[in-house]
Design a protein around this ligand. Structure first.
Ligand code: MN
Length: 720
């Protein structure tokens, strides 16, 4: 777990000989070393050591997981293309196609751009993920490369260290985890924590050190006791105390648990020869120590999706301490530590065997392939893989005990679609741990899920798109709707639009006017209502989006109008049709404000309202007095044609025959009294007269006439 700056090729060969003594293959490894040594001569690492020590260390890390000679050779050569300008064809000539393409594969994802440029990061992450699906050994080399680079990262600037740590946790450790490469994953996590949160890292280290002697004593005692029982029953075994990884402790502390509460700090691991022994060991341990309820996990009968197998149990041990005990065979241990990298084949061609194993045994691989099938762009692809594959994963089970891995946050619908599209399409309900659950239930680790289906089920519901978590399920639901009959969309689309209009209290007739339809057609590039409904029904557009085309249209038009008015400098005289003139603009919708009720001849101003055109106020109206924005100059046309309604208030001291007197003043004039009301006050009367008039001249004359009626104290226009 430490950089070996003095590592030699002899050390490497000696290590490899422990699992591979094929002299031809060792010869090629040697040749790769000599080649890289020559190409990197005079080159130094940032740490100051000769460059060759880096590829040598990477190869050495890979020899720890018994890598085949092609992978070891490619590791030795992995920086020759990028750092020493060697061409791929030269590598092909010297080492053949397989090794050359491994080196080239690593180089492709080597060109890292740490500028924080999002697009470059996405492109590179896509290359890593695609590399996985083409030859997983490229990624295994890349992981070893990352391990050594992080071991020697102390010389980098703090910001580079943190960036490296962030990227490692974002993409490399999740991949190592999915590949079952626990040892490499653990080291990368710890290095990342050390550089990204050094204070947290060292405080955990310190606390572990403080309690070390005490913990060691408990663990030693427990190991001796357990060993004694197993020996009494003639079970060949080994027991090791197990240090919890600092990163896993950090994660638990991070979820709010206290250091003293992390009871599996005391942990041991029992190794035996056979699977049957595993179960016997667990039985014997439980016969002596009471197991903690619900902590027993049988990952032998139900392996994790990254192939991990073991029995887990937690017991109340000596001195009242909890002990987490893992029981496994040596073979299971290899898989637990190295995952896919315990499947090297030395007899057949490496790539196909390991790639086949991966495709067959690792679910995440199939998930990546499924995501790829939908032909996403780089960003969609990387995001979908991160969401569905590399995020926090839960393991759940089918009723038959098959394990299914899903991202945390998945629902029974995601589960159904992960098992098979048909199950998703025909599902009608879900039973989790023998209880009926709603479809938006969030699945938990170890849930056993039974999906109820009905062959007559018409298909998934569009509303599921809001419930499901995985992009896989989303795509399958969408593709279902792409397949069903257009008639079906048509019906659905019409329903959805009606429903949404109803929600917004808009009537269908008033919404689907010819004008509005024209706008929608233009926007969607279609030419009939049938296509409109299909577009909504197949979820290409939501009903809301369609409604917004019209609602936004109004706003935009108003904005355009406003700009037009403000920027209009033309002084040319035009013929305007309406009673109210907005300079330079024809055909404008205006409303006469009901607060101040202007009539032709009054000084007026326009106010651009949201969604209702221009409101016309008198300039003295208090409702526009303090407003500066949205006001525009307007005036009455030279000739107006209509009568306008307005109100005047008459204050009198005597009510006798007053109403008659007022109305009689309209004789022989163009004034019509529409309504008249008397409001009694203490010792006077206020009469509200609603009239319709052609212009302010007529109105003013009328008001003077009223003023001359005896007992009238005051006459004025109303402004509310
Ligand atoms: Mn490298």
């Amino acid at each position: 777990m430490k950089d070996k700056p003095n590592l030699t090729i002899e050390d490497l060969i000696e290590k490899i000989k422990k699992y591979n003594d094929d002299s031809n293959e060792l010869e090629i490894i040697n040749k790769a070393y000599e080649f890289a040594l020559e190409k990197h001569k005079n080159q130094k690492r940032l740490t100051g050591v000769d460059y060759i020590k880096h590829p040598l260390n990477v190869a050495y890390i890979l020899s720890n997981i018994n890598a085949d000679y092609q992978t070891i050779s490619a590791a030795l050569l992995h920086d020759t293309i990028d750092i020493a300008n060697v061409s791929k064809s030269e590598l092909e000539r010297e080492f053949g196609n397989e090794i050359a393409s491994l080196v080239n594969g690593v180089s492709k994802i080597n060109r890292l751009n740490y500028s924080g440029d999002n697009e470059a990061t996405i492109t590179n992450h896509r290359k890593i993920l695609v590399g996985l699906t083409e030859d997983v050994r490229v990624i295994i080399i890349k992981l070893a490369d990352r391990v050594h680079n992080m071991r020697t990262m102390g010389v980098l600037s703090e910001s580079k260290q943190k960036e490296n740590a962030k990227e490692t946790l974002e993409i490399f450790t999740p991949i190592a985890h999915r590949l079952g490469m626990n040892q490499i994953k653990t080291e990368l996590e710890e290095l990342s924590l050390r550089y990204s949160k050094p204070d947290v890292y060292y405080s955990i280290v310190e606390r572990l050190n403080k309690s070390k002697i005490e913990r060691n004593k408990y663990v030693d005692d427990m190991m001796n006791e357990v060993s004694k029982i197993l020996n009494e029953h003639g079970i060949k075994h080994e027991i090791k105390g197990r240090a919890k990884s600092i990163y896993s402790i950090y994660k638990k502390l991070d979820t709010g648990r206290r250091f003293s509460d992390i009871y599996d700090l005391l942990a041991l691991r029992v190794f035996v020869d056979t699977e049957a022994d595993c179960y016997q060991v667990m039985g014997l341990i439980h016969s002596k120590y009471r197991p903690v309820p619900k902590r027993l996990k049988d990952y032998i009968a139900m392996p994790k999706s990254n192939m991990y197998q073991s029995l887990h149990t937690t017991v109340f041990g000596a001195d009242g301490n909890f002990f987490e005990i893992q029981i496994r065979t040596y073979e299971m241990d290899q898989i637990a530590e190295h995952g896919i990298a315990s499947h090297w084949s030395y007899k057949e061609k490496g790539k196909s065997v390991m790639q086949d194993t991966m495709e067959e045994k690792l679910q995440f691989f199939r998930t990546i392939m499924e995501i790829k099938e939908n032909d996403p762009n780089d960003e969609e692809f990387v995001n979908a893989v991160k969401e569905d594959v590399l995020n926090d994963i839960i393991y759940v089970y089918t009723p038959k005990g098959d394990v299914i891995e899903l991202p945390l946050g998945s629902t029974p619908i995601d589960f159904a679609y992960r098992v098979h599209s048909k199950i998703g399409d025909t599902m009608v309900g879900a039973i989790v741990n023998e209880k009926i659950v709603p479809l938006d239930y969030k699945l938990k680790n170890n849930d056993v899920i039974k999906i109820n289906t009905n062959k007559n089920q018409a298909g998934p519901s569009l509303s599921w798109l809001d419930i499901v978590y995985t992009s896989g399920a989303k795509n399958k639901i969408k593709s279902f709707f792409n397949k069903i009959d257009k008639e079906e969309y048509l019906k659905k689309g019409e329903e959805l639009l009606n429903k949404e209009l109803h929600k917004k209290k808009l009537s269908i007739q008033s919404f689907l006017t010819n004008d509005n339809l024209e706008k929608i057609y233009k926007e969607l590039k279609i030419d009939n209502t049938k296509d409109l409904y299909i577009n909504i029904g197949n979820n290409k557009y939501s009903a809301n989006q369609i409604i917004n085309i019209i609602t936004n249209e109004n706003r935009t038009k108003e904005q355009i109008l406003y700009d037009k008015v403000l920027n209009n400098n033309s002084k040319e005289v035009k013929e305007y049709k309406g009673d109210i003139v907005v300079e330079g603009i024809d055909d404008i919708k205006v409303n006469i404000a009901s607060c101040c009720k202007p009539v032709p001849g009054d000084d007026i101003v326009g106010y651009i309202s949201s969604g209702h055109g221009i409101n016309i106020h008198r300039v003295i109206c208090p409702n526009v007095l303090d407003i500066k924005e949205r006001l525009i100059d307007v005036k009455w046309n030279n000739e107006t044609t209509k009568k306008y309604s307005t109100n005047i208030l008459v204050t009198t001291s005597d009510n006798k025959e007053m109403l008659f007197n007022i109305i009689s003043k309209t004789a022989n004039s163009n004034i019509v009294v529409q309504n008249i009301n008397t409001i009694n006050s203490d010792n006077e009367y206020i009469i509200d007269v609603n009239v319709s008039v052609y212009n302010s001249d007529d109105l003013n004359k009328f008001m003077i006439d009223i003023k001359n009626i005896p007992n009238v104290k005051n006459v004025k226009r109303i402004v509310k």
